[in-house]
Design a protein around this ligand. Structure first.
Ligand code: ZN
Length: 152
């Protein structure tokens, strides 16, 4: 249908967000650790994208507003839980089913909080940084791409 060439195809934005990749190049990972564990350092970001050099925190306190994003996501998750719970188990005011739903839904939202916090930052940076916004002047120096923990 479209005449896209595969040669320099732009990585899909949805995929890049779920992979938590840099909004500018959609290649570099936005967090120092790809996994959520250990939880203590799950929000640690490199200063800039290891691939394109896009700043991961453009200004001090940049991520202050992510609270709203994670709140919105939590509410969306409650609604999503309501839909499937209602579909599969049914919810009625005549018995305790509404409480079972609430317990289930709250548990899921609480368990998902670390993920929600991470994806909120990703979404937040995507709001401000367009694809290709930053390109490194120099070619990427892979020899110096050591994990920050090993820096002397
Ligand atoms: Zn990048």
């Amino acid at each position: 249908m479209s005449t896209n060439t595969n040669a320099d195809k732009k990585p899909s934005v949805v995929k890049a967000i779920f992979n938590m990749q840099c909004p500018s190049c959609r290649k570099g990972h936005m967090y120092k650790q790809k996994s959520m564990f250990p939880l203590k350092t799950m929000l640690d970001m490199p200063e800039e994208c290891p691939v394109c050099g896009q700043k991961m925190e453009p200004q001090t306190g940049f991520y202050f507003g992510t609270g709203y994003v994670s709140y919105a996501l939590s509410v969306a998750l409650f609604v999503f839980n309501l839909v499937w719970y209602w579909t599969f188990f049914g919810i009625s005011y005549k018995d305790n089913s509404i409480f079972y739903y609430l317990i289930t839904s709250i548990s899921i939202v609480v368990l998902m909080q670390p993920y929600i916090m991470r994806i909120s930052r990703v979404l937040y940076l995507y709001l401000f940084v367009r694809y290709g916004a930053h390109t490194k002047d120099q070619p990427v120096d892979h020899d110096h791409a050591i994990p920050s923990g090993n820096r002397a």
